[in-house]
Write a protein that binds this ligand. Structure first.
Ligand code: F6P
Length: 371
């Protein structure tokens, strides 16, 4: 029976792609410590995501590179959102040649440099887009192993991604702090958290921080329902409210628009937090302020939980390397660390199911979810 096992990796490349997050360096450290000291592998560091493999911007990593980085934020390898399989539409538009990839064959460069560097495997740490690229490279014959990371926690195939818990702590602290100033001024405070396609961060930080309203992309909101909820609070002597909004949240009206209409609608006020604040102020007549938490959610020291998950996934990746088990993404499944086929996360996004227990929990404690 073909177990799909190939020979153990002796030399592998490692890169980090997509948005950075706390825990990336913890994962890099874990894979490299295990590969170097337990399995005597050669580690090729690839800089700035897939761009480093396209441009051959690489260097052998030594213990000095990957020791002592457990608690540091960001990634020692740098990251980019380079999408090797995406035709460069802008360059093509400028040149007028729509039917060819104007900027050369990036995926071809990757395959060529993978072989030139004598890699036995390419280890990629990234989010949805990265794992889609990883799957396509595996289909082109490269040995690839993925590690799921993102503060958005929206990767299919793993119960959680490192980066999420750190960002959740940061977001929750911000919600806590906004409560005191909202109460002092009898204001409505709107805070926008990251999550452009899914609302995991907003939902969890909203519940953890006791948000009065939580708005997520999965549930288009009705501003009148929000207004009634806030006015009910005023009647119950709560002259303030904290509204936690995912950056991808949208109104029922916007949900009915096509991409072009939505782009035009958002031109005046692109930031969701500011748009929701304006809508609430117009609906209730109450003084409303907005905070866009932004990139602080992606920075700094990883939480203990993210360090443990990142280190465990890194150790799992090293095991896959030595077993020659490629074409897989390491994953947290229930209470164990394992791996799934790269086809599982590729091209997908893990949205919050309408019947997810956290939505029920929020509603149970009287939180308005916009409908
Ligand atoms: O994917 C993680 C993420 O932080 C999203 O939550 C956010 O919308 C996006 O990255 C921002 O992308 P960039 O770093 O390219 O501005």
């Amino acid at each position: 029976m073909d177990t799909g096992l190939k020979s153990a990796a002796k030399t592998f490349g490692i890169l980090t792609a997509g948005g950075d997050c706390p825990g990336l360096n913890a994962a890099i450290r874990s894979i490299c410590l295990a590969a170097h000291y337990r399995y005597n592998m050669t580690i090729v560091g690839i800089f700035n995501g897939f761009r480093g493999l396209i441009d051959e911007d690489v260097r052998i990593l030594k213990p000095d590179d990957f020791s002592g980085i457990l608690t540091s934020g960001g990634t020692i390898l740098g990251a980019s959102r380079e999408k090797p399989f995406k035709k460069d539409k802008d360059a093509a538009r400028q040149s007028g040649f729509y039917d060819i990839v104007v900027e050369g064959d990036k995926a071809g460069n990757i395959k060529e440099n993978y072989r030139k560097l004598n890699l036995d495997c390419l280890v990629v740490l990234g989010g949805n887009g990265t794992h889609t690229t990883a799957h396509l490279l595996a289909q082109e014959g490269l040995n690839v192993i993925g590690l799921p990371k993102t503060i958005d926690n929206d990767i299919v195939g793993t119960d959680r991604t490192f980066g999420f818990h750190s960002a959740l702590s940061i977001g929750t602290e911000a919600v806590d702090r906004l409560h005191s100033t909202a109460k002092s001024h009898n204001r409505i405070m709107v805070i926008e958290l990251m999550g452009h396609k899914t609302g995991w961060l907003a939902l969890y930080a909203g519940v953890a921080g006791g948000g009065d309203v939580i708005l997520i992309p999965e549930i288009p909101y009705n501003i009148k329902v929000i207004g009634k909820h806030i006015e009910e609070r005023v009647r119950n002597r709560k002259g303030f409210s904290v509204v936690v909004v995912a950056e991808g949240a949208l109104s029922v009206e916007e949900a009915g628009m096509d991409k072009k209409e939505r782009k035009k609608y958002r031109e005046q006020m692109p930031a969701t937090g500011y748009r929701v604040a304006r809508e609430i102020e117009e609906e209730t007549g109450m003084e409303t302020r907005a905070t866009i938490l932004g990139y602080v959610q992606r920075g700094g020291v990883p939480s203990a939980s993210d360090r443990v998950l990142a280190t465990s996934l890194g150790a799992q990746a090293a095991e896959l390397l030595v077993r020659g088990e490629y074409g897989r993404m390491t994953a947290l499944v229930g209470d164990s660390i394992g791996s799934v086929e790269l086809s599982v996360p590729a091209g997908k996004i893990k949205s919050i199911p309408q019947d997810h227990y956290m939505i029920g929990t929020a509603k149970a404690v009287g939180t308005c979810i916009g409908i």
